[in-house]
Design a protein around this ligand. Structure first.
Ligand code: MG
Length: 390
């Protein structure tokens, strides 16, 4: 119980994958020498492999905690921030002070303007590992320390339908519904014939009952977004995600006021300070916090703030090996305003071979991991994908 942090070790991982995230590459789309691509019409950079950054904290009694930083691109950046700056300030401290440590880490660089981005990604993985360690030292699951369980099974939506044509993607959606899932999200960037044709194809395959969500990838002006969402609502769109530019707070609020379905925002924000003005302006009905950006401390604070604005939570799920996913489930299982969790099947189902955990996703629900702490650890094989240079 009195153990302190004695060592922190970092593992940037690069795991090869057959088909890049979001589906097969367009014919003339070649990765650059670093292995990165940009999808037509998307503007956002992705790798053709999976990348992440694991954090291993060890206590003076030998107990180990694991965390996972957002590391989709350039995981070397968060690693350097941790190595050069944060880790020496954590050695010798009690993992039971995890929320105080989160605030201290944030304070170290706030007046230099590092209150978001990679600086917070670094804090997120460290925070997660400290929560895991604290819970293991207490002999309790993390959800217990977060105030108590509301649900053992967490409803999900299936995220992404990777197929070459809209007919293939709609058929894939139908197969998920037949397997007991009740909500699907399609990605605008791979809807080559447009979002309206995409939802029409999916709706015709799955029938009227399933919820259909659309990730619009920040692509539209507020006016374009309102016009598009009105047309998608003819096919009973359940939620429109990220319709306008992330900086366009007035546009976000205009869209949310103008349409007849839910607006979901927030996968790119990391602290209550980024959420607060959007909550005050009524920019969204649903927040989508990403655990690998926020850490457990930040995630819970954001969701509780949203609750005060009667805003619901559908957590985001980025490319990760499952440690950030487990942390997100632990936190989500305790929330009053949780609705459903994103289920990135092309990531989770593939990468779960690299973790030891009882966590799984079947027939429409995530099940929580067992045991004390987060209940998830990387395998030796996962750690074999660690790289030091480049
Ligand atoms: Mg998204």
């Amino acid at each position: 119980m009195n153990a302190t942090v004695s060592a922190v070790e970092l593992f940037p991982l690069r795991i090869p994958r057959d088909v890049p995230y979001l589906g097969p590459l367009e014919e003339d789309n070649r990765p650059n020498p670093k292995g990165y691509i940009v999808r037509p019409g998307n503007r956002t950079v992705y790798p053709v492999f999976d990348q992440t950054l694991l954090v291993r904290v060890e206590a003076s009694d030998g107990t180990v905690g694991w965390g996972e930083c957002f590391g989709v691109v350039a995981p070397q950046v968060a690693r350097t921030i941790l190595d050069e700056l944060l880790i020496p300030f954590v050695i010798g401290r009690s993992p039971h002070d995890v929320e105080r440590i989160y605030e201290d880490m944030y304070d170290l660089q706030r007046v230099r303007g590092h209150f978001g981005g990679y600086a917070l990604d670094a804090i997120a993985g460290l925070d997660m590992a400290l929560w895991d360690l604290r819970a293991k030292l207490s002999g309790q699951p993390v959800w217990q320390l977060l105030g108590g369980l509301r649900r053992q099974k967490l409803p999900v939506y299936v995220s992404g339908l990777p197929g070459a044509t809209k007919e293939e993607r709609a058929a894939l959606g139908k197969r998920w519904i037949e397997r007991g899932f009740s909500a699907l999200k399609f990605a605008a960037v791979v809807a080559a014939e447009g979002e309206v044709a995409e939802i029409e194809a999916i709706r015709s395959q799955v029938g009227s009952a399933p919820r259909i969500l659309a990730d619009l990838h920040w692509r539209y002006t507020a006016l374009e977004a309102v016009q598009l969402i009105e047309r998608l609502c003819e096919y009973d769109l359940y939620l429109a995600e990220a319709p306008v530019a992330p900086e366009d707070l007035a546009g976000q609020a205009h869209v949310a006021r103008s349409v007849k379905t839910r607006i979901g925002l927030g996968e790119e924000w990391r602290t209550v300070h980024e959420y607060l003005p959007r909550l005050q302006a009524g920019c969204m009905d649903v927040i989508q916090p990403e655990m690998a950006h926020t850490g457990i401390t930040g995630f819970v604070r954001i969701c509780e703030l949203a609750q005060a604005f009667h805003c619901q939570v559908m957590p985001h799920a980025t490319i990760n090996i499952g440690i950030a996913q487990a942390a997100s489930l632990h936190a989500a299982a305790t929330l009053a305003n949780f609705v459903m969790h994103e289920y990135q099947h092309t990531i989770f189902d593939r990468n779960k071979q690299y973790i030891r955990s009882a966590m799984d996703c079947r027939a429409g629900f995530f099940t929580l991991p067992d045991g004390p702490g987060l209940g998830v650890e990387p395998t030796e094989e996962a750690l074999s994908f660690a790289f030091n240079q480049g």
